[in-house]
Design a protein around this ligand. Structure first.
Ligand code: C2E
Ligand code: CA
Ligand code: CA
Length: 411
């Protein structure tokens, strides 16, 4: 039974609308409202104290097309999640989805009309309304603002813990390495995700100490794994703000020596969007890090507008494709085209390719087919503490054939 409590179906075509409503009713949604036009939908929404849990919007309406309606929702601050539907081509549905997402609206799915009712029923079944999701997730927007002095203390007192997310070879299924991801673990309280404190650390001049704390912990862990015969590459996120400081090279090499590691075991990830700001000392710092043997990765590739020339001017060794290009690529032609061209570009520049955010078997197979080198994402493993890695490795070995493409579906 779906957790959805209320929903609004907006469709100018009566037959289509009633078909959708009937499917929602069969899925057990208790309150279903209908509107035959954009204006009617806005009137219904204006009469409600709280927006419905979900809006199903047909894009082809007479008075106000779906895009106008979506813009109106945004203007009026109505942020209910959307399913967008249309009898027109898939690429159009996908671009309207992008419009809605750019406006900050959440899009659950884009669907062709007439709707595939089995697919709709499955979506409704899986759908978790925002309020329920907020109850389950760690508080984020509602959580109190983080204070700079608390973060500073957390760094000094060792409350920043590193979690590790495995990356595996897409041909063999073997574990190739891990990415170190910072978690703030206040004593006796829930863990805080980095999106809540990295930007603060950057703004308040704490990113340097935070990064060194992460590096120190992660390198000690890598040394420990090395001693156990487990050779894993270690990826570390570098804020662009650190690249202004030529002393960074010496600090990182110092840590590598302290933990008796080799520089080529490490990959430093720098986001594509930050490359625009890479000026001043940064190109020199990156070149020196590469000369010392560190791998350099372009993180979140696909979220910025870097050109091949720009990328080729910095000695990167790896291209890490953002999950917005990876997730759902098997069912979206436009994503597949961008993915293939990114992988082709990486091949020409002789870069290792990593796809992040792989969540489904279909996306995994597609990337494997396209020749991507490494995969990372919830399908393989979520980030975990160092202590959980050994147990995960054992479980992974049992699923490795599947990842390679020679075994049955993983459990
Ligand atoms: P990122 O570098 O892009 O790291 C990947 C993020 O995607 C991680 O979020 C990871 O948990 C999440 N992720 C991995 N697989 C999947 C998947 O299949 N689906 C989905 N939906 N998400 C997936 P996390 O740990 O919350 O980190 C967020 C960001 O915070 C990181 O993004 C990185 O930019 C930043 N960050 C984390 N640790 C550090 C750090 O030590 N230093 C700096 N400068 N930034 C850090
Ligand atoms: Ca990263
Ligand atoms: Ca990333």
């Amino acid at each position: 039974m779906s957790e959805l409590r209320s929903l609004l179906v907006v469709d100018g075509n009566v037959v289509q609308r009633l078909r959708t409503v009937a499917c929602c009713r069969e899925s057990g949604v208790p309150v279903i409202r209908q509107a035959g036009s954009g204006a009617e939908a806005l009137a219904v929404l204006a009469s409600l104290v709280r927006p419905p849990d979900l809006l199903i919007v047909d894009l082809d309406m007479q008075d106000m097309d779906g895009v106008e309606l979506i813009e109106q929702l945004h203007t009026r601050g109505i942020s209910a999640p959307l399913i967008v539907a249309s009898g027109l081509e898939v690429s159009l549905i996908q671009s309207v989805e992008a419009v809605a997402r750019n406006l900050g609206l959440s899009v659950v799915a884009g669907m062709r009309q007439p709707l595939d009712l089995a697919q709709l029923a499955a979506l409704l079944e899986r759908f978790v309304p925002v309020q329920a999701a907020a109850r389950m997730a760690t508080p984020c927007e509602d959580a109190p603002a983080i204070r700079t002095d608390a973060l500073s203390r957390a760094i000094a007192e060792g409350d920043i813990k590193v979690h590790y997310q495995p990356k595996i070879d897409m041909r063999t299924g073997e574990v190739q390495g891990v990415e170190a991801l910072a978690r703030w673990q206040p004593r006796g309280a829930a863990s805080v995700r980095p999106d809540r404190f990295i930007a603060l650390a950057e703004r308040e001049g704490l990113i340097h100490d935070l990064t060194l704390a992460v590096m120190h912990q992660a390198m000690a862990q890598a040394a420990d794994w090395n001693a156990q015969g487990l050779k894993l590459s270690l990826a570390i996120n570098l804020s662009p703000m650190l690249l202004d400081q030529p002393s960074l090279v010496q600090k990182i090499t110092g840590l590598v020596h302290q933990h008796a590691l080799r520089a080529d075991q490490l990959v430093l990830e720098i986001t594509e969007t930050s490359l625009i700001d890479v000026m001043g000392a940064a190109p020199g710092v990156l070149a020196r890090l590469r000369l010392k043997g560190f791998g350099l990765s372009i993180d979140d590739y696909g979220t910025g507008f870097s050109s091949m020339r720009q990328l080729a001017s910095i000695p990167f060794t790896e291209l890490k494709i953002d999950r917005s290009l990876v997730h759902g690529a098997h069912q979206r032609n436009n994503l597949r085209v961008i993915l293939r061209s990114a992988l082709e570009m990486a091949r020409q520049l002789d870069l290792v390719t990593v796809a992040e955010g792989i969540e489904t078997l279909e996306d995994w197979r597609l990337l494997q087919e396209c020749g991507c080198s490494l995969g990372q994402g919830y399908l393989i493993a979520r980030p975990m503490s160092a202590g959980e890695i050994a147990g995960w490795m054992v479980a992974h070995r049992a699923r490795q054939d599947w990842f390679r493409g020679t075994g049955g579906r993983p459990a």
